[in-house]
Design a protein around this ligand. Structure first.
Ligand code: PLP
Length: 442
């Protein structure tokens, strides 16, 4: 039993106490340094001691910490929204600020539902998502997600949702099938699902441009999202992209979907938006969606106490300024190439590494028992947990997870280091990861 009164993630053990952040490192109460190779869970894109973000928070909190949005707007929220829209794909015009990723997804789902009511299509009540996706842990977002083990205990509480295959070429592309043909085949599952449900009953399709937590940095093949966009347009179905993990420069462009050449109707961001300095997320939408509210009821029937929090927005504005004008998204692209190359050099011949994939500073390794058959390890071996523990022991934070294939079988390791990582720190990351993997898998 633990003496802590915090309801920790584990009810049995208490993790080490983090006391300081220094660049790419977290330091615990015993003085041990951990290189943050996954930015926690793809959060800390600027490392843990960014002077500009800290200064922005101090200045804002001493001027106006918070003013409820039921009464006021505030400068940081207006500034941040304008900055995001300046850099967002063409057509995205409005930003709704929340406190994190799950709230951003809940907001997207409710915004989409109210939008169809505003345009006189209230019979649209369903969402389609993809298997092996993660959209958050609140009930609506959890229902939309397609991760079996996360959903199972709460299934009786979850609203209806429908799922199609993810775009995951390592496992699902047929022998001899081109990437483009494969992408088209899996995108067309959306068309089939719409036909099955009745397209006029569907509000939207939600997907992560690069799947993070559940699969380990799996981006779509060329043409996939363009095909999805076409299908959505043909049936008046909204395309909602969840960039909570892969957005805000992580993949080498501020919005991940820029690389897929599509503009969503709604896009969610969080994590890297606050970079770990403040809890913040956002749901962005097109002018067309906002207009429907403006010309209809004039009111989005939603809201939380902390939406548009002035201090959070000031911090995020400093973060986004560094990602854009400060050149850190470009640095993520550049260092991401180095990361991918170094990972491949160190581990692509390892007999238990089946696939190394990702975009920019968002890379994943899929672990297999047999490289030829792609057979995974038995889940009872909990390979991902062992790798996480070995890396942590060695002073490296990475983000391994199980259930890669179907929510039960398969293991992967996700890496999402701070964009400020140096060449020497990158070497340290690779060395420590390599040793951790070899200590578990041989
Ligand atoms: N959406 C995606 C794609 C995520 O990866 C996550 C978290 O990992 C969420 C939503 C939920 O975000 P949060 O944990 O901030 O609620």
């Amino acid at each position: 039993m633990t003496t802590s009164h915090v309801f920790h993630r584990s009810s049995i053990t208490t993790p080490p106490r983090a006391v300081r952040g220094e660049g790419c490192y977290i330091i615990d109460a015993a003085g041990k340094r951990y290189l943050d190779g996954s930015g926690g869970a793809a959060v800390s894109c600027l490392g843990h001691s960014d002077a500009d973000v800290i200064a922005a928070i101090k200045e804002q909190v001493s001027t106006l910490a918070f003013a409820h949005t039921g009464f006021f707007t505030n400068d940081p929220a207006e500034r941040l929204a304008a900055r995001l829209i300046d850099h967002a794909p063409e057509g995205i015009e409005k930003v709704y600020f929340v406190s994190g990723g799950s709230e951003a997804v809940e907001t997207a789902l409710k915004m989409a539902r109210q939008y169809v009511i505003e345009i006189g299509e209230p019979q649209r009540t369903r969402f389609i998502a993809r298997r092996q996706s993660y959209h958050g842990n609140t009930l609506g977002a959890l229902a939309a997600g397609g991760n079996a083990w996360r959903k199972e205990p709460f299934a009786p509480l979850l609203p209806e949702s429908h799922h199609i295959a993810p775009c995951a070429p390592y496992r699902d592309r047929a022998d001899g099938e081109s990437l483009e043909d494969y992408g088209r085949r899996v995108a067309d599952e959306l068309e089939t699902k719409l036909a099955e449900l009745g397209p006029e009953t569907v509000i939207g399709f939600i997907a992560e441009p690069v799947v993070g937590a559940t699969m380990g940095a799996v981006g779509a093949v060329p043409g996939y999202f363009k095909r999805v966009r076409e299908i959505c347009d043909r049936h008046g179905v909204l395309l909602i992209l969840d960039e909570v993990m892969c957005g805000m420069g992580r993949t080498g462009t501020l919005f991940a979907c820029e690389q897929d050449g599509v503009v969503p109707d709604i896009v969610t961001i969080a994590k890297g938006l606050g970079a770990g300095y403040v809890p913040i997320g956002a749901t962005l939408c097109t002018g067309k969606i906002h207009d429907a509210f403006a010309k209809g009821s004039g009111f989005f029937q939603h809201g939380h106490t902390y939406i548009g929090h002035a201090t959070s927005c000031a911090a995020a504005d400093a973060v986004v300024t560094k990602l854009t004008d400060g050149g850190l998204t470009a640095r993520a692209a550049e260092m991401g190439e180095k990361l991918e190359k170094a990972l491949k050099q160190a581990l692509s011949d390892h007999p238990h590494i089946g696939d190394i994939r990702g975009r920019g500073m968002f890379q994943g390794l899929e672990i297999v028992r047999d490289r030829d058959t792609k057979e995974p390890f038995d889940p009872s071996e909990t390979i991902h947990k062992k790798i996480k523990a070995a890396a942590f022991e060695a002073g490296l934070i990475c983000y391994p997870m199980g259930g890669t294939i179907d929510g039960r079988r398969g293991d992967h390791v996700l890496l999402a280091p701070p964009f400020i990582i140096s060449d020497t720190e990158l070497e340290e990351l690779i060395d420590k990861l390599d040793s951790a993997i070899r200590s578990v898998l041989g």
